[in-house]
Design a protein around this ligand. Structure first.
Ligand SMILES: O=P(O)(O)OP(=O)(O)OP(=O)(O)OC[C@H]1O[C@@H](n2cnc3c(O)ncnc32)[C@H](O)[C@@H]1O
Ligand SMILES: [Mg+2]
Length: 308
């Protein structure tokens, strides 16, 4: 069964009955969306199979709205619900369920990422849109200066980028300083990853230089181990910045593979899957990458930091 579903007001959704009794909610790009209340959904969804919803709109409350529309469609029963801090469900006028819920809202939350790198920005956008944040980067503010990365460590550079831009704009700013560390090259290119093949080097030039370095030192396959590192710094006016980091273990391939991602992704082989980062979808990379791990840590620290 596959049906195109027209949302009451604006969005169009498709839904498909899945083989297993699971609820899968995907964006139209195939990214799985994390929406709360899965168990509740199954309490009321009467089919033996599960449900796959493909949503144009990723807003959790719209998807919950959709779920109840689907439920009415499937059961021909008049389920009603109300959603504020509490979700209440009623059938034929009688309340049959009530629970407290927390949903990310999309109101007034914006985050400036102090980067001009659109590859990084795409990953941050995918992550923060689930939390209701609108993400902008420095390409949206051409008048802001480039911050020179004069530090010798990822943290120094990330602080420079986040704190300078936060001071200039008065905004909440996140910066990412990251790089590839290849064991046999003593951790290079490291903080110089963006400039490995020279100032303003392209990704292709950096990748070519990396392959050349490893070929010229005749490195055996098992010695091509490497890791991606990122340090994230969040800065806001008048408080100490929040710093987290993440690492992703892998190895350097002998030829570039895959079309997704950016930077060194076509050469970085994920230790767990054997695929290059460029062979992973954005959603897959965003579950395992150095940036994803750092963002996970950021989320656990974010609420206390925001209150501080
Ligand atoms: O400083 P901003 O404006 O954020 O952008 P940048 O590209 O200069 O970024 P960095 O200074 O942090 O340098 C990071 C380098 O490491 C590469 N890199 C970082 N994360 C990566 C990832 O997830 N996949 C592939 N390459 C990555 C990236 O392409 C850059 O060459
Ligand atoms: Mg940079």
């Amino acid at each position: 069964m596959k049906k195109l579903y027209k949302h009451e007001t604006k969005q169009i959704f498709a839904y498909v009955l899945a083989d297993e009794r699971t609820l899968i909610i995907e964006s139209i790009f195939g990214d799985e969306l994390e929406i709360p209340l899965y168990s509740l959904f199954f309490k009321y969804f009467p089919k033996l199979q599960g449900l796959k919803i493909i949503a144009v709109d990723e807003n959790p409350s719209d998807i919950i709205d959709l779920f109840f529309q689907v439920l009415r469609d499937v059961t021909a029963e008049e389920y009603q619900y109300q959603l504020s801090d509490t979700l209440t469900v009623s059938l034929a006028g009688n309340q049959i369920h009530s629970e407290t819920v927390t949903l990310a809202t999309t109101q007034d939350k914006s985050l400036l990422i102090a980067t001009r790198n659109e590859g990084k920005t795409r990953e941050f956008k995918a992550f923060f849109s689930h939390l209701g944040y609108t993400v902008k980067n420095l390409n949206d503010f051409p008048e802001l200066p480039d911050v020179a990365e004069t530090g010798m460590t990822f943290e120094e550079n990330a602080r420079l980028k986040a704190e300078t831009i936060s001071e200039l704009t008065g905004e909440l700013v996140l910066a990412d300083d990251s790089g590839l560390m290849v064991d046999v090259l003593g951790g290079l290119p490291g903080v110089w990853s963006a400039r490995f093949a020279g100032p303003h080097a392209t990704d292709a030039a950096n990748n070519a230089k990396l392959l050349h370095e490893l070929a010229s030192t005749a490195v055996t396959p098992e010695k091509r181990t490497a890791k991606f590192h990122t340090t994230l710094v969040v800065a806001a006016p008048d408080k100490p910045s929040l710093v987290v980091e993440g690492e992703w273990l892998g190895a350097i391939a002998t030829i570039p593979k895959g079309d997704d991602g950016f930077g060194y992704d076509p050469l970085f082989v994920d230790e767990a899957t054997g695929k290059t980062a460029a062979q992973l979808t954005l959603a897959q990379k965003n579950k395992v990458s150095h940036r994803a791990l750092a963002l996970e840590k950021l989320l656990t620290k974010w609420p206390d930091w925001q209150k501080s």
